[in-house]
Write a protein that binds this ligand. Structure first.
Ligand code: HEC
Length: 138
């Protein structure tokens, strides 16, 4: 009886350490898959950034402010603070693909609406404006 119980304990112990190792492995894998690739701002051409700046001033500055700090005149109508685009940490949390989706679809959030730019910006113009936004982040 004693021996049987010990064997059961040993078997359970092995099982637990195997599942433990597996779940740590899994968590690491999940974590790695969530890590965002670095922003490809370095690849952006000066022309793209310059065009992005023109578009930003026309379409984005009214809310996000000239330097991306979220203090444009229209920001006063929002119910909360805009994400600070001048802070690297803000842009580190989103990929260019996610920003493109945001610009395409717009977003309703607790603080207010980010409008859709689907009809205002062509896909390459969206990339230009994103390239410019990366230059704001310090
Ligand atoms: C009418 C105001 C308004 C305008 C104009 C506007 N935005 Fe936004 N933007 C918002 C709001 C509101 C949010 C916050 C959404 C949220 O809470 O997730 C936001 C969020 C963002 C974010 C942060 C996304 C994130 O997940 O952290 C980026 C990047 C952004 N806007 C880029 C732009 C660009 C580029 C333009 C111009 C093409 C633009 N916005 C124009 C209101 C605006």
């Amino acid at each position: 009886m004693q021996i049987v119980r010990r064997r059961v304990q040993r078997a359970t112990g092995t099982f637990l350490s195997v599942t433990g190792a597996l779940s740590i492995g899994l968590m690491t894998a999940i974590h790695a898959s969530q890590a965002k690739p670095p922003a490809p701002a370095a690849k952006a051409s000066p022309e793209s950034i310059a065009n992005g700046e023109t578009l930003y001033k026309r379409q984005c500055q009214v809310c996000h402010g000239a330097t991306g700090m979220g203090n444009g005149p229209a920001a006063k109508q929002l119910k909360g603070k805009l994400p600070n685009l001048a802070d690297k940490a803000t842009l580190a949390k989103v990929t260019d693909a996610q920003i493109t989706e945001l610009l395409t679809e717009g977003k309703k959030s607790e603080i207010g609406n980010m409008p859709s730019f689907k009809t205002k910006l062509k896909p390459e113009e969206m990339q230009d404006v994103i390239n410019f936004v990366h230059t704001l982040a310090k």
